[in-house]
Design a protein around this ligand. Sequence first.
Ligand code: GLU
Length: 484
Amino acid sequence: MEKQALTDNQLESMSFRGGVDSMVDRATLAIGLNPDTAKVIQACNAVLQLKFPVKLNNSVEVFTGWWAVHSAHRLPAKGGLRFSALVNQDEIEALAALMTYKCAIADIPFGGAKGGLMINPANYSEDELREITRRFAMELARKDFIHPSVSVPAPDMGTSSREMAWIADTYKLLFPEDLNQNACVTGKPVERGGITGRTEATGKGVQYALQEFFRHPDAVESARLMDGLPDKRVVFQGLGNVGYHSAKVLSEQDKVKVIAIIERDGVVINEEGLNVHDVRQYFVETGGLKGFPAGDYDENSTEALEMECDILIPAAMESQIHAGNASRIQARMIVEAANGPVTYEADEILTGRGITILPDIYVNAGGVTVSYFEWTRNLSHMRFGRLQRRYDELRGQNLITAMEALTEKEVPDELDREISRGASELDLVRSGLDDTMRTAFQDLREVMKTYPHIRDYRTAAYAIAITKIAKSYYDLGMVEPPRP
Ligand code: GLU
């Protein structure tokens, strides 16, 4: 689908899935990939729709859920499981496709998948949610749509480590003989086979992505920003897991000023910078932002996206920036912590206006990256660092003893501690995540050098993803390789 061939009306009515496909089309054209190959890449491999009854308080309710496997060029297919009253098949297919591209960019050997259950979790008690989740998991597992080597869910909007623990336990009861049962789902509580650092992972990934961006002066300059993250005026949309953790680490460690936080019930603004931890605590206690003492509250959350700022970080849900408001966005840079927050139409408008966008399939890859670490940890049945931690400490201590003997000087305490400290699992997870985010950004820049007509990071990201996936399809003989 060529951009020029679309009328304004068609653009406006494009579905989420259609928007993602158009992004692939744009990259296909940019790198001259065979359009037939692109069609194979875009197709959603399998979608299961389930309707299942659960008995709650003497009445029976029938729930609708989906699990979509977009791509199985690598297995397992990986993606989050979303609980929301608004889920639909188009959305789940779009999100599954994003997972495929995300894994390819982050160099994670997984295909892409996504699940959704149409439910408003706020309307049910914990016991009821457990019952519903277990039943859904059982239906999926029985059909091999949850399986350590085929399809592996993780937390997403409306779910957390709690639901993942229920799913893992359901799978375990069904398949007790499966030695790798723990790897059937990621994002589990640490005490139940999860990995340290998974909950914060997507937020940390956003931080590492921004840190890497600011290590490239020409990239910063072309975004019309000044050097360095400190004091950058940042607007966040969403104070869920991703928004909270990214806002917290960026404000506490990188000293950005979070000048506004947008949630469903409104926005809270403070030009001096908000204390993210306090806002979140208030939000959790009261269920909204209204009345937060250290900021100005406004109930118009939609217009807040259009505030003047350096960086806008949408960390809520898809299609928040669309053809209707894209021309009014005043941020210099948009960093997509959510999946699909900018529609295809809006992307064209914003890019045309010279606004830099770091795309979702790169920025929020931190979650699935640490899921990958958790999955490999589950398969190895051993925590990372267990074998070498004390050995590394011993080597560090020997090094210090040798240095002190040779120089006849004492190594300062702080340096001593740093050198003789063996890495914990969290150190290793963060190091692996940081490396993944840095390398992926450098790959984006390489692609933009190879194809100088690619001027935006999203097209560069899709170019990388489809090139890698196409290669794996050539290797399998599923599509014609390009002629040399
Ligand atoms: N829900 C997350 C995402 O959209 C994580 C997926 C995963 O860890 O598999 O990327």
